[in-house]
Design a protein around this ligand. Structure first.
Ligand SMILES: Cc1cc2nc3c(=O)[nH]c(=O)nc-3n(C[C@H](O)[C@H](O)[C@H](O)COP(=O)(O)O)c2cc1C
Ligand SMILES: Nc1ccn([C@@H]2O[C@H](COP(=O)(O)OP(=O)(O)O)[C@@H](O)[C@H]2O)c(=O)n1
Ligand SMILES: [Mg+2]
Length: 274
């Protein structure tokens, strides 16, 4: 068991829409997106990052200028004009984006070269996912990864009655005791953020006498191996996890290693859709 403090928690750049689907009243009276936006701002302020709506708009503009795949040259004066802001404001926004790790900058003699970092791209992907959610009803995403062995903890968590009872009721099946772990390709790690365009089934957190257990979000999926495709299954994203974004965990009523004849290193495609 790992101390809870070492656990990676969902953050503003994490695709898992933890806050949108929390049953703790986060979105009871306000529109979801407004609420999330204010939450992001508030998180940014509380961590001193200062990344809010204005900085995100700046980040989008830089991506449109080509700063996503390679560095792009910008001048503060030009940026200021396009943002309808002063030079000083434009400069401050770039600084904040850099401080928050969303933008890499290189000052050159006649301006600066900027490029979005991985976190910067993920932040925009997450915005994009929100818009897909608003405008597209049949959002789906295909993720590719290879089967890996994890820490052997999945079995423990899946079979805890506090989770199991909810799985049976909300997913309509009793999951096999464990999670199939996949190590995603670099491209799929980036694409993963698009999952937040898909409405997950929420498994709520709970507590016993000793500790609290975090919520988890289940995204409907089918799993395609070289031997065929399996459904039903769900990508499970626990709010508290020891894994990074390159690991995807999948649950299903049966042992996927057996039904799809999978072994470590085999490639599978996970089709996630509503
Ligand atoms: C339904 C579910 C709930 C979980 N809740 C917690 C939790 O409350 N605290 C925690 O430290 N880890 C939690 N985990 C995450 C595990 O500790 C771990 O990150 C991961 O699921 C282990 O997977 P592996 O054994 O397949 O590598 C949860 C996992 C699942 C599947
Ligand atoms: N639906 C599932 C869930 C887990 N599994 C496998 O069942 C075993 C137990 O899952 P686990 O999550 O406790 O173990 P690890 O993923 O940590 O190796 C692992 O070998 C998983 O890959 C599976 O084949 N199909
Ligand atoms: Mg597992």
């Amino acid at each position: 068991m790992y101390p809870v403090e070492t656990v990676r928690r969902a953050s503003a750049t994490n695709p898992v829409p933890v806050f949108l689907h929390s049953k703790s009243g986060m979105h009871s009276t306000f529109g979801m997106l407004i609420r999330r936006e204010s939450l992001l701002q508030c998180m940014a302020e509380s961590t001193g990052q200062g990344v809010g709506r204005d900085e995100l708009a700046t980040l989008k503009l830089l991506a449109l200028d080509g700063a996503l795949d390679e560095s792009a040259k910008v001048s503060c004066a030009d940026l200021a004009e396009r943002l309808d802001a002063s030079n000083q404001t434009a400069s401050r926004r770039l600084q904040r984006l850099e401080d928050a790790g969303l933008l890499a900058r290189d000052i050159v003699s006649d301006g600066q070269e900027v490029e979005l970092t991985g976190d910067g791209e993920r932040r925009l992907q997450s915005e994009y996912a929100d818009y897909r959610r608003i405008f597209e009803s049949d959002a789906s995403v295909d993720l590719t990864g290879v089967v890996t062995s994890g820490m052997g903890e999945g079995r423990h968590y899946i079979t805890l009655p506090g989770y199991m009872e909810q799985f049976i009721e909300r997913l309509g099946y009793e999951p096999f005791a464990g999670t199939l772990n996949l190590e995603l390709t670099a491209e799929s790690v980036r694409k993963r953020a698009r999952m937040s365009a898909i409405e997950p089934v929420t498994i709520e957190g709970w507590e016993d006498d000793e500790r609290t257990y975090g919520p988890a979000y289940c995204y409907p999926a089918s799993i395609e191996g070289s031997d065929g495709e399996y459904e039903p299954a769900h990508v499970i994203a626990p709010e508290r996890t020891h894994h990074g974004e390159e690991q995807l965990e999948v649950i299903a009523p049966e042992k996927l290693r057996e039904v799809l004849e999978l072994a470590d290193g085999d490639e599978v495609i996970v089709h996630v859709s509503e």
